[in-house]
Design a protein around this ligand. Structure first.
Ligand code: ATP
Ligand code: MG
Ligand code: MG
Length: 312
């Protein structure tokens, strides 16, 4: 079982309109509502690959109830969300059908109380120590009220339980998390530059490793992945730039890395899987979803090459 942590869960609403124009009213042609937040999205991709996934984080209020009801209908996902008094946030994506452009509106989410955070920590430690837990992913931003060092704490607990842990976040939570020595960290180019002060991916990736992460997998948009790990360094590239919606591509990359880790695949295969899955996610019309045939087709054409880390 893979465990994904989403402290800032959301109920994601998507409205499709024929064309989005300011100062006019719009006829909504399609509405979808589904559980969201980065770790939930990672869990959904893992489930599509056939993995059993436990989803934890927080849920509260009517929106939290709706989120949990829908989660229960999704195959291979187990709900271990911890209740909070505040209501889970909603996000609203308005998709302009004419251009495919998306306008995104995100609520901030409820403030987590110290007692709720303590209850989460208890539950998380039990899940991490559960004998069936093969890997943990910590994904996304922190909601108000959760301490900025939260991920560092969760990484140390995972390491104490001897379960490999991957971190995908940004800003100060990323900085503190990396110092707690996660097995894998997956920053995108902006997150990596903010962490290290360098816009040169190879230099920044080496620097992120020096800061404590055992393996750094930098995602570089259409340029694919750059990985520096204890077993070696690699570049993995999609066969071509894919046109489409990059929302959720990073989450699919994380799912690819974790599934390969849980299955004991060597690094180059994990990276190929991550690149193919994320490129297939960009190609899919619905954000965060992918077509299995497109994925298989891309997987056969991903190029993985050695990236020998130059010294210093
Ligand atoms: P997210 O918004 O989900 O957090 P991110 O910013 O963390 O995404 P990106 O680096 O933008 O992550 O994308 C993740 C991966 O998706 C890339 O490493 C690459 O494999 C794939 N990808 C992104 N954009 C494209 C593209 N246009 N064509 C092909 N592959 C892409
Ligand atoms: Mg991006
Ligand atoms: Mg990301």
């Amino acid at each position: 079982m893979i465990l994904t942590v989403t402290l800032n869960t959301a109920l994601d609403l998507t409205y499709r309109v024929p064309a989005l124009t300011p100062h006019t009213s719009h006829r909504v042609t399609e509405v979808t509502e589904r559980p969201g937040g980065k770790g939930v999205n990672v869990a959904r991709v893992l489930a599509a690959l056939g993995h059993a996934v436990t989803v934890t984080g927080f849920a509260g209020g009517d929106t939290g109830r709706a989120l949990r009801e829908r989660l229960a209908t999704e195959p291979r996902l187990t709900d271990a969300l911890v209740p909070v008094a505040g209501a889970t946030r909603r996000t609203l994506a308005v998709v302009d059908a004419a251009t495919g452009d998306t306008t995104q509106l995100n609520e901030p989410g409820p403030t987590v109380t110290p007692a709720e955070w303590a209850a989460f920590l208890d539950s998380y430690e039990q899940l991490a120590r559960h004998e069936g837990t093969t890997a943990i992913a910590l994904c996304g931003s922190l909601p108000p009220g959760v301490p900025v060092g939260a991920y560092a704490l969760l990484i140390r607990a995972a390491r104490a339980a001897r379960v490999p842990v991957l971190l995908d976040t940004s800003g100060e939570p990323l900085r503190r998390g990396v110092a707690a020595r996660p097995d894998i960290v997956k920053p995108n180019a902006d997150e990596l530059a903010e962490l290290t002060g360098s816009h040169e991916p190879e230099r920044a990736t080496r620097d992120a490793r020096r800061r404590g992460a055992h393996a750094v997998v930098a995602s570089l948009g259409a340029d694919g992945l750059l990985a520096l790990t204890p077993d070696g360094g690699w570049r993995a590239r999609p066969p071509k730039r894919v046109r489409g919606n990059p929302t959720g591509a990073g989450d699919s990359a994380v799912a690819g890395l974790l599934s390969g880790l849980a299955e004991g695949l060597p690094w180059p295969e994990r990276l190929a899987r991550a690149v193919a899955l994320s490129a297939a996610t960009v190609a899919a019309p619905v954000a965060g979803e992918f077509d299995p045939t497109t994925y298989e087709d891309l997987l056969a054409r991903v190029a993985v090459t050695d990236a020998v880390p130059a010294s210093t």
